[in-house]
Design a protein around this ligand. Structure first.
Ligand code: 3PY
Length: 266
């Protein structure tokens, strides 16, 4: 088990997480030393500069080894979007790295959602292959324990961030094995023909966001969203989101420096 899985299963309020965009084991380890109230870290191999191979594996191992309690859950955002055939091997690589879950950008049809579930699960649920010499060690279990528990422990989270996904929402949400629908407000905005959030989304985009939340809840699926600040995240928590990003590594570094400079000059 891991913090994000426990939070999603307990239904007791949202789980807060952070976005890792920079490579390196010491960087990953530093983020993992934030408050234990941080439930998860997305290792962003899509828009971040963490290479999937071997960067995601190094970052996952660094986070998992960072604290006696195993640290926050590790979710790898793979670089390939739902429009690509490369999602299959990338999901395998991310999970073989010992990640607790995968985040797949731009999943816009129920067919693709069902495909990514198959890639993430061992038979009989799916078609994931078994054989990494490292995965079980990252989890601190034996290979057979990993095989027995991975299907129920690893999370498959798809990003709803295209007009096509919104049109197919009712069918995507029904796909068995999808644990959460993750709204990407920036891509969703531009796909719908609106400017990106600054800081809040355009009211028309906000309507769509609320619909995704509602449809997810009705289908008993978790709904997640990216926020760039604690203030935004607090608002999303009140609305009932289950999984909320609060900041990114780069954003927090720059904000922290600027705050200290401001204090110095005050
Ligand atoms: C988006 O908003 O498009 C995301 O994917 C999260 O940064």
């Amino acid at each position: 088990s891991h913090p994000l899985l426990r939070a999603l299963q307990s239904n007791q309020g949202p789980s807060y997480g952070i976005w890792l965009t920079l490579p390196g084991v010491f960087h990953a380890r530093t983020l993992a030393q934030a408050s234990s109230d941080v439930g998860w870290i997305v290792i962003d191999c899509e828009h971040g500069v963490v290479p999937l191979v071997p960067g995601a594996a190094e970052s996952v191992a660094a986070i998992k080894g960072s604290r006696p309690d195993g640290g926050p859950s590790t979710i790898v955002r793979i670089p390939a979007t739902g429009a690509s055939d490369s999602t299959s091997w990338q999901i395998k690589y991310a999970l073989d790295a010992g990640a607790d879950g995968v985040l797949i950008p731009m999943v816009s049809t129920a067919e693709k959602a069902a495909e990514v579930v198959k890639d993430a699960k061992f038979p009989p649920k799916g078609r994931r292959g078994f054989g990494s010499p490292f995965t079980h060690g990252v989890w601190g279990v034996t290979p057979s324990e990993y095989l027995a528990t991975a299907n129920d422990s690893t999370l498959v989270i798809v990003q709803i961030e295209t007009k096509e996904a919104v049109n197919n929402l009712e069918s995507i949400v029904q796909v068995d094995g999808i644990d959460a629908l993750f709204i990407g407000p920036y891509d969703l905005s531009i796909s719908l023909g609106f400017p990106p959030p600054s800081p809040n989304p355009h009211p028309e985009v906000e309507k769509v966001i609320q619909r995704v939340l509602q449809v997810s809840k009705q289908a008993n699926k978790k709904c997640a969203i990216f926020c760039a600040s604690g203030t935004q995240a607090k608002g999303r928590a009140k609305q009932g989101f289950d999984m909320i990003n609060i900041t990114s590594d780069t954003g927090s570094i720059v904000e922290g420096i600027n705050r200290h400079l401001k204090d110095t000059q005050a």
